[in-house]
Write a protein that binds this ligand. Structure first.
Ligand SMILES: *[C@@H]1O[C@H](CO)[C@@H](O)[C@H](O)[C@H]1NC(C)=O
Ligand SMILES: [Ca+2]
Ligand SMILES: [Ca+2]
Length: 218
């Protein structure tokens, strides 16, 4: 999630850019992200897709008055942010608006509150606020784990992995490799996997948990 609180430099800082009226007009879009490509590199070997690891800068503004509430260029000593695309590590509007981007591409994304910080808002972002992000993608690479594998393990397709599903997958993998194992072996691995990956301890590994916490067996 966005670490709004830690962005001390930019919070409440209002930029004088003169383009706010344009942004404010985008308020009409209630449930979709408005995407404007600002810079498109000529060379593009890989376009971002769900599950990819993205390295990007982003600046966040309120559409209403253009005040800036987030800037990754000055926060954390200006290091760009890393996140996995399309799995809920960032607000929905960015997961949607940053698909199919190339390294070097810049976009302006106008995101309605429903796909941003909602009816409650967050930190300096008031309730029901349309926000604008200026994003610059620096690199696009394969995510820490492939979402294809997640889909294979998730037998009932509820986007969450139970112990039974993971066990089934492990058995298949070991059998494929010609090395079936006994029950205690699988139980031990399962316990280990869930201890590391099931961060909220609800007995399931969500897509987000799966992507963040690496585990070689999966
Ligand atoms: C936000 O929008 C919802 C739905 O339109 C509305 O019920 C609510 O009162 C609004 N909240 C504020 C603070 O304007
Ligand atoms: Ca499942
Ligand atoms: Ca969990």
């Amino acid at each position: 999630m966005w670490k709004l609180v830690s962005c001390t430099v930019c919070v409440f800082l209002t930029l004088q850019l003169g383009s706010w009226s344009v942004w404010a007009e985008a308020d009409e879009l209630e449930d979709q992200v408005k995407i404007e490509v600002l810079v498109k590199p000529e060379e593009c070997s890989r376009k971002s897709k769900k599950g990819d690891l993205i390295n990007a800068h982003y600046d966040g503004f309120l559409a209403k008055d253009g005040s800036q509430f987030y800037c990754s260029r000055s926060d954390k000593e200006g290091h760009p942010q890393w996140f996995v695309l399309g799995v809920g590590q960032v607000i929905k509007g960015l997961d949607i608006g940053m698909m199919d981007m190339c390294a070097g591409e810049k976009r302006k994304l106008t995101v309605p509150s429903a796909l941003a910080f909602g009816q409650t808002g967050k930190g300096p972002v008031p309730p029901n606020a349309t926000v604008v992000f200026e994003v610059e993608v620096l690199s696009v690479s394969r995510g820490p784990r492939s979402m294809e594998a997640f889909g294979q393990i998730d037998l009932d397709k509820d986007r969450s992995l139970t112990k039974a599903e993971v066990k089934e997958y492990l058995k298949l993998e070991y059998e494929k490799g010609g090395k079936p194992r006994d029950e205690p072996f699988y139980e031990k691995i399962l316990t280990d996997i869930f201890r590391k990956s099931d961060q909220d301890r609800d007995g399931q590994i969500s897509a987000k948990e799966y992507n963040i916490y690496e585990r070689d067996e999966l």
